[in-house]
Write a protein that binds this ligand. Structure first.
Ligand code: HEM
Ligand SMILES: [Ca+2]
Ligand SMILES: [Ca+2]
Length: 302
């Protein structure tokens, strides 16, 4: 597929160290950043492949952008990729794509919060064209996405059932806004996500009241250790404390539940499956070789 593990060996051998050093400071000051950057990677890769398309800001020539899709609600920290890119540019001008930097950043987000260190192949190019928000609308999941749609998304990337359940373990980090939960909490004919543990249901309703004007601002943690990449997400979901519909519905499906049971008692097994799933996500639909470009700035087409 044109990617390799030593892609920058000649042109920028220190790139992985620059990314890591650049992020250490950022993550100390901003504990929400790792989760945001991991989700950012998924939302880039899911639309037109891992090509940094999600980073492009609107311009006079192109007023449309992926970020205008409501499916990208809650996506933040795009600008951090530009910060890391400028650090890389200072040492290796015009060598390293924003698409690769985004993958390396997501890899560090997992590693620095206690997750596995994942070796990723490099050599992606950046898109020279931005997709419309309609493509983002069509490709990205929503708060009401269920298990069947989830498995379809990830089997298209060559993931096994085990890997698909593992990649959802990304919800061990970060937050969900109340607006993503209202359908689960207050629409009885809405999401059928089984029995929520009663005190947890009460906790969610207390934090996310019906009819609140601030449900786009208020949020709950995705698991009790939302700053730590661990297997707590599976333990909680199995105990009726899954936050999002997908987290709760995976417990109801016997196939996904069996894998969750295993990960809830085997963090190393989870880390291994997550690592191979992460690589499959990161190589999906990439531009390589003469395709695409290396952007000068991550937020604008050259
Ligand atoms: C089809 C499967 C998926 C669905 C339906 C889904 C849905 C969601 C939703 C609704 C939120 C809350 C957004 C908000 O309210 O701000 C969220 C958050 C998050 N998702 Fe997913 N997601 C899926 C797969 C993934 C994957 C594959 C990853 C990463 C590899 C991921 C990483 C995250 C992270 C880290 C957050 C927290 C973001 C933050 O704290 O800023 N998700 N997801
Ligand atoms: Ca993309
Ligand atoms: Ca956690």
């Amino acid at each position: 597929d044109g990617l390799s593990y030593d892609f920058y060996e000649k042109s920028c051998p220190q790139v992985e160290d620059i990314v890591k050093a650049g992020l250490q400071n950022t993550f100390l000051k901003d504990p929400a950043a790792p989760a945001a950057l991991l989700r950012l990677m998924f939302h880039d890769c899911q639309v037109q492949g891992c090509d940094a398309s999600i980073l492009v800001d609107p311009s006079e020539e192109n007023l449309q952008m992926e970020m205008h899709s409501s499916k990208n609600f809650g996506i933040i920290k795009r600008e951090l990729i530009s910060v890391v890119k400028s650090m890389v540019e200072a040492q290796c001008p015009q060598q390293v794509s924003c698409a690769d930097i985004l993958i390396l950043v997501a890899r560090e987000a997992v590693a620095m919060t206690g997750g596995p260190w994942i070796e990723v192949p490099l050599g992606r190019k950046d898109s020279s064209a931005t997709p419309s928000y309609e493509l983002a609308d069509a490709m990205l999941p929503s708060p009401t996405t269920g298990v069947d749609e989830m498995l379809e998304i990830f089997s298209k990337k060559g993931m096994t059932l085990e890997e698909s359940v593992a990649i959802l373990g990304a919800h061990t980090l970060g937050i969900s806004h109340c607006s993503s939960l209202l359908n689960r909490l207050y629409n009885p004919s809405g999401d059928k996500t089984g029995v929520m543990e009663p005190s947890f249901a009460a906790f969610l309703r207390l934090n996310c009241p019906a009819g609140s004007l601030t449900s786009n601002l208020s949020f709950v943690l995705n698991d009790p250790t939302a700053f730590v990449f661990d297997n707590q997400y599976y333990i909680n979901a199995l105990g009726g404390k899954g936050v999002l519909k997908i987290d709760a519905e995976m417990v109801l499906d016997p196939g996904t539940a069996r894998v969750m049971e295993r990960f809830s008692g085997d963090q190393d097994g989870f880390f291994q499956a997550f690592s191979s799933a992460f690589v499959k996500l990161s190589i999906s639909g990439v531009l390589t070789g003469n395709q695409g470009a290396i952007r000068k700035k991550c937020n604008a087409i050259n």
